[in-house]
Design a binder for this molecule. Structure first.
Ligand code: NAD
Length: 486
């Protein structure tokens, strides 16, 4: 394009590449498992890859049944001899120390998380790592105040050894969600990170060493589903905390039935994000984008079903399409990137399959023009309209950057449609009227209801689901209950 004088006109702002240096991650060729305060190798290993490039990042030891046994025994010993008898004020000091070390090593952790997971650096830097530190700070504060945590229970006791299994979508943050309350309440822990994202949990183990946490209090065992299954079934485990798919959650619940082990499950979701006609629409559009495209939609509480009141449907969709056209997909290490890589080839196949099915069932598929990198696992932000409630795209958890849009006429219809799901993890409401927020929040069957915002997390706020989204809460006083014998 040229101006009247023949000079070039700028057609828009161009972003120069702004990559964070991968050197910051201090990546090593191999990582051991962490048992009884020391890192050890294993005959079996797995290779963890960068999903943005498919390059192998490191080789990681895989824990077998004997390693699980060793870790659980170490955790038991530490519980009986050191951590259980330790006064809460002393446990708190270790947790504060871990929190500060997470902050000190925050850039390293953020870059490593982005390399291993594929999420944009601005998310790992501004959300995952600060929230992980916040969870340790928050729970450190509870360690010497447990007598006040549960009303009417002045002397709550820890449960013993916690076996904890976490997914790949927020690897460090989920490790913090699991370890911080367990340790604050006086339990010891054996944690199994997901097979595609073990690295930041292993650096967190190193931080535990650096904090001089007594050996055995925290153990980290990389591996796949068989390692997780051996851990949750181990007789020496008193409490199981699992975050992941509903299918595996059900398997674990079956396996634990009758054992007397405590169990909390944080599973899938298919959250409704409800836009009423009186909502501030520009803000709502930001909330829709944050609700489903944050972390490529790999979020159990993602707002993957958009319910828009009919009278503002066209306006909302126009604004949404325009906004999506400005999102930048690409190198997750670039500070300007909004949409990173899908975590694995398997997850990409699932996102593709469900999206193809959406089209085959008659929904209209739309994505902004966007170039996908040649290598790595990528999927463009995608919106489905003309979706009916029976479509798989409206019922199944896609766990990817895919939004299904439905409409409604009255708030009562919105509630009915929002609750028409086997899940019940989260929901969002956008309206200017406070009374309508309360009216809807009372009727939405979801563990968390956000009003005029979405995907906000705070360690003081309990998080968890109903129905097939699981049971038990994480965060807040309610989260501590899951680790106390009351
Ligand atoms: P998954 O449930 O298979 O894996 C989660 C964790 O459980 C991993 O660490 C895995 O190794 C472990 N695991 C697998 N089988 C196990 C078993 N039998 N016993 C004990 N542990 C076991 O989930 P996934 O394969 O990572 O993802 C599949 C689907 O799960 C996704 O598409 C999504 O729908 C859902 N998901 C939900 C969340 C969430 O936060 N709610 C997180 C990740 C995945």
């Amino acid at each position: 394009m040229v101006d009247e004088d023949g000079g070039a006109l700028m057609t828009g702002w161009e972003y120069a590449p702004a990559p964070e240096s991968r050197e910051t991650a201090r990546l090593r060729e191999s990582y051991g498992m962490f048992i009884d305060g020391a890192f050890t190798g294993s005959e079996r290993t797995l290779k963890t890859v960068n999903p943005a490039t498919e390059e192998v990042l490191a080789e990681v030891a895989v824990a077998g049944p004997q390693d699980v046994d060793r870790a659980v025994r170490a955790a038991r010993r530490a519980y009986d001899e050191v951590w259980g008898p330790m006064p809460g004020r002393d446990r708190a000091k270790y947790l504060f120390r871990i929190a500060r070390l997470v902050q000190e090593r925050s850039r390293e952790l953020a870059v490593l998380e982005t390399l291993d997971n594929g999420k944009p650096i601005k998310e790992s830097r501004d959300v995952d790592v600060p929230l992980a530190a916040a969870h340790f700070f928050y729970h450190a504060g509870w360690a010497d105040k447990l007598a006040y945590a549960i009303p009417g229970r002045p002397d709550p006791r820890p449960l013993g050894v916690a076996g904890q299994v976490i997914p790949w979508n927020f690897p460090l943050l989920m490790a913090a969600w699991k370890l911080a309350p367990a340790l604050a309440a006086g339990n010891t822990a054996v944690l199994k990170p997901a097979e595609t994202t073990p690295l930041t949990a292993l650096v967190l183990a190193e931080i535990c060493q650096q904090a001089e946490l007594p050996p055995g209090v925290v153990n980290v065992l990389p591996g796949a589903g068989d390692t997780g299954a051996a851990l949750v079934r181990h007789d020496g485990v008193d409490k199981v905390a699992f975050t992941g798919s509903t299918e595996v959650g059900k398997q674990i619940q079956r396996a634990l039935a009758g054992t007397g082990k405590r169990l909390t499950l944080e599973l899938g979701g298919k959250a409704a994000n409800v836009i009423l006609a009186d909502a501030p629409l520009d803000q709502a559009v930001e909330g829709i984008v944050n609700g489903i495209f944050f972390n490529q939609g790999h979020v159990c509480c993602a707002g993957s079903r958009l319910l828009v009141q009919e009278s503002v449907y066209d306006e909302v969709l126009d604004k949404l399409r325009r906004r999506l056209s400005t999102l930048r997909l690409g190198d997750p290490l670039d500070k300007n990137t909004d949409i990173g890589a899908i975590n694995s080839a398997e997850q990409l196949a699932r996102v593709r399959e469900l999206s193809d099915l959406g089209e085959a069932e008659g929904a209209q598929r739309w994505s902004p023009p966007c170039e996908l990198p040649d290598r790595g696992f990528w999927f463009p932000p995608t919106v489905f309209t003309d979706v009916s409630q029976s479509h798989r795209i409206a019922r199944d958890e896609v766990f990817g950057p895919v939004l299904a849009v439905l409409t409604f006429r009255t708030p009562a219809e919105a509630v009915e449609k929002a609750n028409n799901t086997p899940y019940g993890l989260s929901a969002g409401v956008w309206t200017e009227k406070g009374s309508r927020i309360l009216w809807m929040a009372q009727r939405l069957r979801a563990g968390v209801v956000w009003a005029n915002t979405f995907n906000r997390f705070d360690p003081a706020s309990p998080f968890g689901g109903y129905k097939e989204s699981g049971f038990g809460r994480e965060g807040g006083r309610q989260g501590l209950e899951g680790y106390l014998d009351i």
